[in-house]
Write a protein that binds this ligand. Structure first.
Ligand SMILES: [Ca+2]
Ligand SMILES: [Ca+2]
Length: 247
């Protein structure tokens, strides 16, 4: 009996130790496998994290780019960024001339955030970077135009629906706050809620949108970035959302 007690006293804590260490190893493996960074939120409300990209691996194979050769991952200071190195050309409809969209994430509701920087001369008031969403094909998508000035076609939310782009945001032409004023990075966030068809766009201040709209014309598609007719770059892209499912 005494022998039995001694064996249990030695073996039991040993087994607990093995299970505990095994659990730690499993957690470490999962963390490595999915590379969940401490600073990346795994979900926003009910929307799971779909993708994040800081371009530090030098790759851009998650993106479809237009024009193909105008985009490349390159060094910008201490960071690798995804850069639009040549402006796009105007196409058959008035719309951003260059863009890159994330190819695997056709979303309805979403929150899309990241950093954008314009390489255009800061004296040029019509300088811009855009955020694309609900992209379905080259002439059907929405975009948020961030610029240095606000008017009917600058610093707006617009729809491209088979023809020239049209302003759809509530803020009157000239009234929206234009913050793309320099050659620094600016944090953006664009959100769409399917239930209300509400669209919100933020720049620098993540608490107060500078552009708002309600529109349900397209309702789903890919997200991305670009510029109407300038150059610039993006970094630290994060997308949370609900994937669209064909019925
Ligand atoms: Ca980076
Ligand atoms: Ca421009």
């Amino acid at each position: 009996m005494k022998k039995m007690v001694v064996i249990v006293a030695i073996v039991f804590p040993f087994l607990i130790g093995v299970i505990f260490l095994g659990n730690c190893a499993e957690k470490k493996r999962l963390k490595e496998e999915y590379k969940v960074e401490e600073n990346e939120k795994e979900s926003i409300g009910e929307f799971p994290l779909l993708v994040s990209d800081d371009f530090e691996d030098g790759k851009s194979d998650r993106w479809i780019t237009y024009p193909l050769e105008n985009w490349k991952v390159m060094q910008d200071g201490n960071e690798k960024v995804f850069a639009l190195i040549e402006p796009g050309q105007q196409r058959e409809v008035r719309a951003p001339g260059a863009y890159a969209v994330l190819k695997d994430f056709d979303v309805t509701d979403f929150v899309f955030s990241g950093k954008i920087k314009s390489y255009q001369d800061s004296q040029i008031s019509r300088r811009d970077m855009v955020v694309i969403f609900h992209y379905q094909d080259p002439t059907h998508f929405y975009y948020v135009h961030f610029s240095k000035i606000s008017d009917q076609v600058h610093n707006i939310i617009a729809i491209v629906n088979g023809g020239d782009r049209e302003k759809i945001n509530h803020e009157l032409a000239g009234d929206s706050q234009a913050r793309l004023i320099d050659n620094e990075f600016h944090t953006f966030k664009v959100c769409y809620e399917r239930r209300t068809s509400g669209i919100c766009a933020y720049l620098d201040d993540m608490g107060e949108p500078i552009l708002t709209a309600i529109d349900s014309t397209l309702s789903h598609g890919l997200v991305g970035v670009g510029s109407f007719d300038d150059t610039g770059c993006v970094d630290d892209i994060v997308l949370w959302g609900k994937k669209f499912r064909y019925k």
